[in-house]
Design a protein around this ligand. Structure first.
Ligand SMILES: Cc1ncc(C[n+]2csc(CCOP(=O)(O)OP(=O)(O)O)c2C)c(N)n1
Ligand SMILES: [Mg+2]
Length: 365
């Protein structure tokens, strides 16, 4: 909980990631202008109304409680294979999703449960897929990294680091080709940002002015490797500079900053100006996957992020401070969400496994 003593730290985080000015000398004049304009606005964090704050609180808490439950089921041996939790990064997907319209698309890597819930996918179907049950989004045959929902515009869930970047660029190409006005949000990590296909994608996206927003979720680590040990350029907002793609750094722990940047970027892409890069400065609280004890960082480092920058606690503190909600009302929302996630876990634990005949269906031959 954010106490009064911590309030100053919380409010400071609003400006923590004040975007740097646009890349200068290495970028052509036209790009500097393009990159300058949105970046200049980036320092302002859009204020949320009471309804928006409450909605953000609820959506982020849904993801947190879902992930905590998934972690428990994994510990009980009900989830097999890999399971990468999104705890700590909730503001990124909740803020970005609020900038989208129906018909837009979302694609990401394997740390994908938060993205699915943010698009409106049913927690029961996601949880049941994690436990390999019939009621799961891929009939229990895909697991954590293989879920999709055409209806909600969610295109996976990809285990090959960086693969979703070229796929997301392809989705944007389809939007462009069909002139349907859609934008594709393509999420990837700081580690994935060093993959070669990312830059082939950047080139094509800018060349053809594709409606894609590249969201680099810089959570400071790629498995056990800290970002500065793996990346020559750790300011990922500059990674599009040689392709003339504008970029900005965003405080990914502040849902308001995320939404404001998301609206700018989505509008830019939708209006035919081409791709846009948003580097989200964020943090994952858990290890890389459930099997990672995260010994490469100190407990103090994690604790500091949790107490001073937690995305949910920031909203909660503002709601209480502005007297837009009481402790009891917020507790009631939490209890309601816990009930939904308990029911999802119950369903995912009791739903039957797929029939053996399903082994031969949905397989490309
Ligand atoms: C092509 C490829 N190389 C390596 C791996 C193994 N691997 C899985 S996750 C990961 C780290 C990626 O880190 P990042 O992009 O920062 O995403 P995060 O896990 O932090 O969300 C690696 C190297 C893989 N799955 N695919
Ligand atoms: Mg990472």
């Amino acid at each position: 909980m954010v106490t009064a003593a911590k309030k100053s730290a919380v409010s400071k985080t609003v400006g923590t990631a004040a975007p740097k000015s646009a890349p200068k000398s290495s970028v052509r004049q036209s790009s500097v202008r393009r990159a300058d304009k949105p970046s200049a606005k980036a320092s302002s964090t859009a204020e949320f109304s009471k309804a928006e704050e409450l909605d953000a609180y609820r959506r982020m808490l849904e993801i947190r409680r879902f992930e905590e439950k998934a972690g428990q089921l994994y510990g009980m041996g009900l989830i097999g294979g890999f399971c990468h939790l999104y705890i700590g990064q909730e503001a990124v997907v909740v803020g970005m999703q609020s900038a989208l319209k129906p018909g837009d698309q979302v694609i990401t890597g394997y740390r994908d449960h938060g993205h699915m819930l943010a698009t409106g996918m049913d927690p029961r179907g996601v949880m049941a897929e994690l436990t390999g049950r019939r009621g799961g989004y891929s009939k229990g045959k895909g697991g954590s990294m293989h879920m999709f929902s055409i209806e909600k515009g969610f295109f996976g869930g990809h285990g090959i680091v960086g693969a979703q970047v070229s796929l997301g660029t392809g989705l944007a190409f389809a939007n462009h080709y069909r002139s349907n006005g859609g934008v594709c949000l393509t999420y990837f990590g700081d580690g994935a940002a060093n993959q070669g296909q990312v830059y082939e994608s950047f080139n094509m996206a800018e060349l053809w002015k594709l409606p894609v927003v590249y969201i680099i979720e810089n959570n400071k680590y790629a498995m056990g490797t800290a970002v500065n040990r793996a990346s020559a350029q750790t300011d990922f907002s500059k990674r599009g500079a040689s392709f003339n793609i504008p970029g900005e750094q965003v405080d990914g722990m502040d849902v308001r900053a995320v939404r404001a940047a998301g609206e700018r970027a989505v509008e830019f892409a939708r209006s035919g100006k081409g791709p846009y890069i948003l580097e989200m400065l964020t943090y994952r609280y858990r290890g890389h996957s459930m099997s990672d004890p995260a010994k490469y960082r100190s407990k103090e480092e994690v604790q500091k992020m949790r107490t001073e920058h937690d995305p949910i606690e920031q909203v909660r503190a503002r709601l209480l401070e502005k007297k837009w909600a009481t402790e009891d009302e917020l507790k009631a929302i939490d209890a309601e969400i816990r009930d939904v996630m308990n029911a999802a876990a119950d369903f995912a634990s009791h739903d039957p496994e797929p029939d053996p005949s399903e082994l031969y269906t949905d397989v490309l031959r």
